[in-house]
Ligand binder design. Structure first.
Ligand SMILES: [Zn+2]
Ligand SMILES: [Zn+2]
Length: 404
């Protein structure tokens, strides 16, 4: 097959200039119309139509879209998420969000890059030595989309043998376009929550002796949770417990009856995670009892760690180093350790051997001052075609190496 997007040509980027313009248009269209959560009706319809224009029929699975390209025994999955955040955009770009949400995590890039990969792979379908499954996912920010798609069967029919995702990263001192391929092991942390409802005994602010102030209990629980993290977790392990919501009281001369607190728990080790799950309710109950109140403490499960598989990640490193010499690095080489932020692709990595790549999308010294989730974050669109090519080349070459 001869076409403008021959993935095997040496000058891939020269031949994808047209693709770059198209991807930039698509990204801006998505950026203007961000949707959040598990249901992304406009986004899904838009992507589905764009794929249909390529002659690709996408199937709706678990709120997302699934496309399979190629034929053969082995199947490699590439994933891009599509959801935004409930953040009011302040970036000032002329294609800013037209609603109250914002693509502040770059998922508009991921959707667009995965679409670009669909185009490259479709144009090279006759060269594929297996099947590539493209997973367009909703609900990553609420850590529910990957799970929903896995439960709806995204990893079956055909059965996925290995997988990969990309996340763009602006606002770091890393050359834009650099692809970070991590070492094996847990790469992105777990993310879970604690929620504590405190029952005190309200009354007049002037008579504390006949009340139980739930705000006092809440403050002590907050401090005790930081001691849990600092004093009960070994220096060889790591964990973060952050209180992020503390509510209680309505007026300055009354002690309230109840108070409410919630927060985030991040870990890399399942044993540490379980230990914290056990200790938070124990601490909350003990503190409440000390001060004469009671609590209802619960742990809300978010997502497990992203587990990077040794064989898949090293195979992708070799493939990408050959394709993009000098542009591939280990996160450790650019000062990035494991990610404390979580990523719900973890649900895929727990099922099939996978890797998680980072694509630097704007150097912090070149005007990209903010990182993801900031209302003023900017992303370097020049990396869009690179991202598409990384997805496509990774899938194509992994299949070539594993189909024998
Ligand atoms: Zn995010
Ligand atoms: Zn994200």
């Amino acid at each position: 097959m001869s076409n403008a997007f021959d993935i095997k040509e040496k000058n891939l980027f020269e031949t994808t200039t047209a693709l770059q313009d198209e991807l930039s248009d698509m990204r801006r269209q998505l950026h203007k119309n961000p949707e959040i959560g598990l249901e992304l009706p406009q986004t899904v319809a838009y992507v589905k139509n764009k794929l249909a224009d390529l002659g690709i029929e996408a199937e709706e699975v678990g709120g997302g879209l699934v496309v399979t390209i190629g034929s053969g025994e082995k199947c490699f999955l590439i994933r891009g998420d599509m959801d935004a955040l409930p953040i009011q955009e302040e970036s000032g770009v002329d294609f800013s969000s037209t609603n109250e949400n914002m693509h502040a995590c770059g998922h508009d890039f991921h959707t667009t890059m995965l679409f670009g990969a669909a185009k490259l792979l479709k144009a090279n379908e006759d060269k594929l030595q297996g099947q590539v499954k493209l997973m367009f996912q909703p609900g990553e920010e609420i850590l529910a989309g990957a799970k929903a798609m896995v439960e709806a069967g995204v990893l079956e029919n055909p059965t996925v043998d290995a997988g990969m995702m990309i996340h763009v990263f602006p606002g770091f001192p890393i050359k834009s376009g650099t692809v970070l391929v991590p070492s094996a092991g847990p790469f992105a942390s777990t993310s879970d929550w604690f929620e504590i409802k405190i029952q005190g005994r309200g009354g007049h602010a002037a008579t504390p002796e006949v009340t139980v102030n739930p705000l006092t209990i809440m403050s002590h629980i907050h401090l005790a949770l930081h001691n849990l993290e600092a004093r009960e977790i070994s220096m060889y392990d790591s964990a973060v417990i952050s209180t992020t919501i503390m509510n209680g009281g309505v007026v300055d001369n009354a002690i309230p009856d109840t108070a409410y607190m919630k927060g985030s728990i991040r870990t890399f080790d399942p044993a540490v995670r379980e230990y914290i799950f056990k200790r938070i309710p124990e601490i909350a109950e003990g503190v409440a009892q000390t001060f004469g109140g009671s609590v209802e403490a619960k742990i809300i499960i978010g997502c497990p760690t992203v587990e990077v598989d040794h064989e898949v990640t090293e195979s992708l490193r070799t493939i990408l180093e050959a394709e993009f010499p000098g542009e591939i690095a280990n996160p450790l080489e650019v000062g990035l350790n494991k990610l404390g932020g979580s990523e719900d692709f973890s649900y895929v990595t727990q099922e099939v051997p996978s890797s998680m790549l980072i694509l630097a999308a704007g150097h912090s010294d070149e005007g990209y001052l903010h990182s993801v989730h900031h209302p003023k974050v900017l992303f370097d669109e020049a990396v869009l075609s690179k991202g598409a090519a990384v997805y496509a080349v990774s899938a194509m070459e992994w299949l070539a190496q594993n189909s024998k």
